[in-house]
Design a protein around this ligand. Structure first.
Ligand SMILES: C[S@@+](CC[C@H](N)C(=O)[O-])C[C@H]1O[C@@H](n2cnc3c(N)ncnc32)[C@H](O)[C@@H]1O
Length: 391
């Protein structure tokens, strides 16, 4: 069934009802490009199916059950693949348990995952907290794991505010107005550089200005010994840049012409609790969008082994990626299915795939090919970028 879905043309999700620990065993090795999921948190909610993960009396047992699922995730993920795990923490006996990090460390130590990012999902509003002796919690972790050192990553999807250099009166001027004239004078008048270092610095500066002219750089800063401070540390033992400054007398900070990369704190307002029907914990589509667009290739396959209402699947579908969603609760799968009954891009989508182990319709009309980068910069909900821009 999974192989048939993989070879079909439709991006319409395949939903499978069952316990992920068992269902994933039927998947062939290395068939999935990207996994994005939010498993039930420990002792936080009782979902519809009481056999589901999350109600264990001891946190170690909860973690072991999740580890069994993630072990299968490791097996079925391609070597170029990514695994994004959103997980929240829990208090027990007044102690914050550190569940997300206990799991992250176990995944690295026991299953061989490489942890690339710990994104802080700042929920901006957060839930009310009536305790009188601690802060209100407003964030959750979103970990990005990979299997190998070289993996699929479309970095152009996380750049924003392109910074282009321009030519003014025949001279190149960086996005923030740097022309190199001041650096040139500082080098020529320097008493901290040798004559050799001065001529090397001037040649390197000329080279950087040419790179800006050719559009390969948007902006730069030059750090010259005796003029500017090193950016991280003065110790050449711990900082490569301090070492460069000591040996060469200068170094550059270069800025990509396509803009700065998105950082690892994301301000995203959670799904409106008033709109939640029978599921308590759907995550917002904005949380999935960046992971899907950066780490799943356009014709790739996304998996969510705890798919709930199918948010991950919806984002994958909107962006022309195939996806498989698994959930132990049939009623959540029905809610997920409903999302694909709604019109997509002004057209009514055809019949959704069955909520129980059934194939998506082959040949279903695909949504209009979206300008993916534009979608990230201008998401329809807009919360992430709008909030970032408001800062
Ligand atoms: C936090 S919710 C996921 C919400 C989802 N991200 C969304 O946007 O709707 C976790 C889901 O895991 C499901 N679940 C719990 N144990 C499971 C298991 N062993 N196998 C598959 N699904 C399970 C629950 O039914 C619940 O829907």
């Amino acid at each position: 069934m999974i192989l048939r879905y993989l070879t079909g043309k439709s991006c319409k999700p395949l939903f499978i009802g069952g316990d992920s620990t068992d269902v994933l065993k039927d998947f062939p090795d290395t068939c999935v490009d990207m996994v994005m999921t939010s498993p039930p948190y420990w002792c936080q909610r009782e979902y519809e199916n009481r056999d589901g993960i999350g109600l264990e009396s001891c946190y170690a047992e909860y973690i072991d059950r999740l580890m069994a699922v993630f072990n299968e995730v490791y097996r079925i993920l391609k070597p170029s693949g990514s695994f994004w795990l959103n997980i929240g923490d829990t208090y027990a006996n007044k102690t914050l348990m550190g569940i997300p990090w206990r799991i992250a460390i176990k995944l690295c130590d026991e299953q061989g995952w490489i942890l690339r990012n710990d994104v802080i999902w700042n929920k901006v509003k957060g839930a009310p907290d009536n305790s009188g002796d601690k802060l209100r919690n407003v964030y959750e972790n979103l970990f990005h794991f990979v299997k190998t050192r070289k993996y699929y990553y479309d970095v152009s999807m996380i750049r924003k505010n392109p910074q282009k250099a321009k030519i003014q009166n025949g001279a190149v001027v960086s996005a923030t107005g740097v022309t190199g004239v001041r650096y040139k004078r500082q080098i020529e008048l320097s008493t901290a550089l040798t004559e050799d270092q001065k001529s090397n610095a001037l040649a390197a500066l000329e080279d950087v200005l040419n790179q800006m002219k050719e559009g390969k750089l948007g902006d730069f800063r030059m750090i010259i010994r005796g003029q500017q401070r090193t950016t991280h540390s003065d110790s050449s033992r711990v900082s490569g840049r301090a070492k460069e400054l000591e040996t060469k007398g200068f170094y550059f900070l270069k800025y990509h012409p396509d803009g700065a990369k998105l950082g690892d704190v994301w301000d995203i307002i959670p799904e409106d609790s008033q709109k939640r029907k029978t599921h308590f914990a759907p995550y917002p589509s904005d949380l999935c969008r960046t992971p899907v667009l950066t780490t799943c290739p356009p014709d790739g396959l996304v998996l969510d082994p705890f798919c709930g209402t199918g948010t991950t699947m919806e984002v994958a579908y909107e962006n022309n990626r195939k996806s498989i969603g698994i959930d132990i609760a049939q009623s959540y799968l029905s809610l997920a299915k409903e999302r694909f009954d709604r019109p997509v891009d002004g057209r009514r989508s055809s019949e959704p795939a069955s909520a129980t182990s059934e194939l998506a319709n082959a040949g279903t009309q695909r949504p209009r090919k979206t300008d993916e980068r534009k979608m990230l910069n201008e998401p329809r909900q807009g919360t992430l970028w709008k909030l970032l821009e408001a800062k």
